[in-house]
Design a protein around this ligand. Structure first.
Ligand SMILES: *Cc1c(COP(=O)(O)O)cnc(C)c1O
Length: 395
């Protein structure tokens, strides 16, 4: 089917589908590690690249290829490679192109493992890494005044929902010779398409909104056909972060409902942010589309909706945060996000424990900060549960 002419919700259901000669309606699950050849000549021609033929599922698999086709269509990217996890996607997107002596500039407020790759792993290989405050364009300008190979950033950021000006940073990065990689997990391709703002590569954890139902891990790297085929593909073929066809199939089915799920979660998240912002015991509630978010105008300029996460700060620090979380009956305590089930996280003692108090302070994570991933429950039940938690603080 011609994917370009269809709108995102339609692409999420149909794009990338390839039917076998059994004419199945749903995407087939090709749970096979290898493939066979009609004769030795066909095997030889396949390895020479003269014909297209699947060889081995580390290199490619039809179910995984359907997912890659669907993700490329929804992102508006030329090509996609799916990976076993979101971290495999981030790691591959960086390591496939970096060399000793290169320089990387990244926003400070990154997902914990992305922060570790930049701060700890890359320097081991002689790569210079620099962190900047994502919202500070002067800092980006200064950091990118020297030749740079890669820029990595995340917007909205985890967990403080800071917004980075994609267009401005991409322009500065390109002047410094850098390739821009955007971790677009929080926004999903439905709310933000970084390539339209100048990003070169977009990475995802498909574990989050794409599966969206807490079942499997997965990831994806999207970019130009030339870069994916000549730079990323040789790296992934030989280092092996391949996605299981089974997980690809689960994520394909997850994508079919993603537009509905994300829309509903955004609507509930906006209502919950408004509720939290005026509730006693809450110091502030952060939501990118609320008028009191410091970067609301930028968020509205580059995102289609405010997202599925709300971050808020309770008065009373860690003791209050723990009391609140322990009083919840419906909303789970979990470090995951982008799920149909609502979850809260206390970043200072879990996801952002390892970065240390000083770095947490720089990012704005206090001991009273709670990250709330809004799911698909009835919003009135979520508000009741939040009120139950807040009541425990007064009791
Ligand atoms: C979850 C997440 C990742 C890592 O994805 P995994 O699938 O857990 O490996 C990377 N970046 C962001 C922003 C995430 O939320």
């Amino acid at each position: 089917m011609s994917k370009k002419s269809y709108r995102p919700a339609t692409q999420l259901v149909h794009a990338g589908q390839m039917r076998s000669n059994f004419a199945e309606n749903a995407e087939a699950l090709f749970l096979t590690s290898g493939f066979v050849y009609d004769n030795a000549e066909q095997a030889e021609a396949t390895f020479k690249g003269e014909i297209e033929h699947y060889q081995y599922s580390r290199f490619g698999n039809p179910t995984v290829a359907m997912l890659e086709g669907r993700l490329a269509a929804i992102e508006g990217a030329e090509a996609c490679r799916a990976t076993a996890t979101g971290m495999a996607a981030v790691h591959a997107a960086m390591l496939c192109q970096l060399h000793a002596g290169d320089r990387v500039v990244a926003s400070r407020a990154l997902f914990g493992s992305c922060h570790w790759i930049v701060s700890t792993l890359l320097p081991r290989y002689g790569i210079e890494t620099v962190f900047v405050d994502g919202g500070d364009l002067t800092a980006w300008k200064q950091a990118l005044s020297r030749r740079t190979a890669v820029v990595l950033l995340e917007t909205p950021s985890n967990p403080m929902l800071d917004i980075i000006d994609l267009r401005a940073v991409a322009d500065l990065a390109h002047t410094a010779g850098a390739m821009v990689i955007v971790d677009n997990v929080f926004a999903t391709p439905l709310l933000q398409r970084p390539i339209e703002f100048g990003a070169d590569v977009v990475v995802y954890s498909a574990t989050k909104h794409m599966d969206g139902q807490g079942r499997v891990l997965g990831g994806a790297v999207l970019g130009s056909k030339h870069w994916i085929e000549t730079v990323l593909q040789p790296f992934t073929r030989n280092t092996g972060p391949a996605l299981s066809p089974f997980n690809a199939w689960v994520i394909l089915k997850g994508l079919e409902t993603m537009a509905l799920r994300v829309k509903q979660s955004c609507q509930s998240a906006a209502a919950l942010a408004d509720h939290l912002a005026q509730a006693p015991g809450v110091r502030r509630a952060l939501y990118p589309f609320r008028a009191d978010h410091p970067q609301m105008a930028l968020a509205r300029a580059q995102m289609a909706d405010g997202g599925t996460l709300v971050t808020f700060e309770l008065e009373g620090g860690q003791a209050a945060a723990f009391k609140f979380m322990n009083a919840l009956e419906l909303i789970a305590i979990s470090n995951n996000l982008g799920d149909s089930k609502s979850m809260v996280t206390h970043p200072a003692t879990t996801t952002h424990m390892r970065i240390g108090a000083e770095e947490r302070q720089r990012i704005g994570i206090t001991d009273g900060t709670i990250r709330f991933s809004v799911g698909l429950e009835d919003v009135a039940d979520l508000i009741d549960d939040i009120d139950r938690g807040l009541a425990a603080l007064r009791g």
